[in-house]
Design a protein around this ligand. Structure first.
Ligand SMILES: [Zn+2]
Length: 140
């Protein structure tokens, strides 16, 4: 695995894998460059292939200043290192995504479940996936 730097403005259309482009991982404040872990992309591609549906990335790389504006975000979030993505797939439940991610990261990595149920402010649930060395699981 490797953390790579990209210019999303210059190389946004570049494919990182068959289904993912650089621009999908950009920070919502449009900072350039951005950082993306190649292992994270491999995991997302496996999820894409497993369910056979597009994987929507709502948050990939995050700058520290952007992260500081996000409610309840971890101060040293894995998003800051380009090692995390928050994803959802139309027609696939949070639990289904998380359960499959568990098979890809059985003894390590972060998997956070953010279900829609019980959260009126969420238009859909999502799953946070990261490639940290330690194992971390949570529901929020
Ligand atoms: Zn996240």
């Amino acid at each position: 695995m490797a953390i790579n730097a990209y210019s999303w403005a210059k190389d946004g259309e570049k494919n990182l894998s068959p289904s993912f482009k650089v621009r999908e991982f950009r920070c919502s404040d449009n900072t350039d460059p951005i950082f993306i872990d190649s292992e994270l992309v491999e995991i997302l591609q496996k999820i894409r292939n497993h369910f056979g549906k597009p994987v929507n990335i709502t948050s990939g790389f995050r700058t520290a200043s952007k992260n500081a504006t996000i409610k309840n975000a971890a101060k040293f979030s894995q998003h800051l290192y380009g090692k995390a993505a928050d994803i959802w797939i139309s027609g696939v439940t949070v639990e289904q995504i998380a359960a499959y991610a568990e098979t890809l990261l059985p003894n390590r990595g972060g998997i956070g479940r953010y279900p829609k149920e019980g959260h009126a402010d969420r238009t859909h649930g999502w799953v946070h996936i990261d490639t940290r060395a330690a194992k971390s699981r949570w529901v929020s």
